[in-house]
Design a protein around this ligand. Structure first.
Ligand code: HSE
Length: 378
């Protein structure tokens, strides 16, 4: 069965190569930009793919919202199954695309959009049919994990490790999505949609690693702590909580053994208990493997159920102690239970604060031109 591939970048090349050896499937036409059709299998017309009776399924790995949304809609409308690695697309239009797929009797699967090679959404879809999912999340961004690991273990600086992550093909086309936490946020949005039939589209809190410095890393290393970018989601009344922020863990925590571009996806089932899935969360072949794996699930369980709807996230019940580094002038905004003076800076551990309160305080300080790094303390 022929699978058309939309996009021939890092992941697209990996998908094409894997399809050459995937029993039951073979690579079909590959959609590239006009003028890039340098091989017979490359085409630049989506209509040609949608109207090709030999194309059984479409693998969308071009990224971005448009034209991906139009092309995926066109493929579904033409009765082709669609698998995608595009978290921005699913976060923005997943509910509508899943409805179109249902109407046409085809599948719309997106395992590769969350966790790279880690079969997180796939397992979550099955687990949430039979068990109540009490919480979910973990380390879902390979780029920032790679960067934090290298800063912590090799003492490298932020710019160097970001360039390295880009060169290794881990980062998004615009790496701001990785370091700002947006990429991880989109992944937790999708996980909540799959597990709870609720896609949070507003109200979330998201903090990335853009403000971390080598000085911060050296300080919390001296306290025996390591930083990871953590996503958290779970039920909250009629809604869900969904947020992303750096978290400091003691060296003995399992999160600290997650190195390089690896992800650690977790969920807790009421009956199953805590389930942890670890593997490479970014990169050509890990992500391509998830795209191709979804092809073997076509016609089976959907990832988004008909009940899935958009909600505003509610993080008001989520509370943590925080590590904060800010200017002395801003320190009075916090109630510290322990603090260290560092020249013009103050570093401290706060009393318990709600997630929205901490994110709002940081936002206010930045709005007024100040600098701050914060991380929840596990
Ligand atoms: N840029 C993403 C990451 C790729 O680093 O995790 C996989 O979604």
């Amino acid at each position: 069965m022929k699978v058309a591939v939309l996009g021939f970048g890092t992941v697209g090349v990996g998908v094409y190569e894997m399809l050459e050896n995937a029993p039951g499937f073979e690579p079909g036409p590959v959609l590239v930009r006009p003028g890039k059709e340098d091989r017979p299998f490359k085409v630049s017309s989506m209509e040609q793919i949608a109207n090709d009776p030999e194309v059984f399924a479409v693998a969308e790995v071009m990224g971005g919202i448009e034209p991906a949304n139009s092309y995926v809609s066109m493929a579904l409308a033409a009765g082709k199954h669609v698998v995608t690695s595009n978290k921005a697309l699913v976060a923005a239009h997943g509910i509508e695309l899943a409805a179109l797929a249902r109407e046409k009797g085809v599948s719309f699967l997106f395992s590769a959009a969350c966790g790279g090679g880690v079969p997180f959404l796939h397992n979550l879809a099955i687990a949430s049919e039979s068990d109540a999912i009490l919480s979910l999340g973990g380390i879902l961004n390979g780029t920032t994990n790679f960067m934090l690991d290298a800063m912590q273990s090799e003492g490298k600086d932020y710019g160097d490790v970001l360039r390295q992550a880009q060169a290794l093909g881990y980062a998004e086309a615009d790496p701001t999505a990785d370091v700002s936490g947006l990429d991880a946020l989109r992944k937790i949005m999708l996980a909540c949609a799959v597990a709870y039939d609720k896609l949070p589209v507003e109200g979330f809190c998201s903090e990335g690693i853009e403000s971390i410095t080598a000085g911060d890393v050296a300080h919390f290393r001296s306290l025996g702590l390591s930083c990871r970018l953590i996503t958290s989601g779970g039920p909250a009344g009629d809604s869900v909580y969904a947020y992303v922020e750096p978290v400091l863990f003691p060296a003995s925590a399992p999160e600290c053994s997650v190195l390089k571009n690896f992800n650690m996806a977790k969920y807790c089932g009421q009956n199953a208990g805590s389930i942890v899935l670890m593997g490479q969360g970014a990169g050509r072949y890990p992500t391509a493997s998830a795209v191709v794996r979804d092809l073997y699930g076509l016609g089976g369980m959907p990832m988004l159920r008909p009940a899935c709807r958009k909600v505003a996230a509610d993080n008001s019940g989520c509370v943590h102690d925080y590590y904060v580094r800010c200017a002395k002038a801003d320190a009075a905004r916090f109630s510290f239970r322990e603090r260290w003076e560092d020249g013009d800076l103050v570093r401290g551990l706060t009393e318990a604060l709600s997630v929205p309160a901490m994110h709002a305080l940081a936002g206010q300080i930045r709005k007024e031109g100040g600098g701050i790094f914060f991380a929840a303390v596990e």
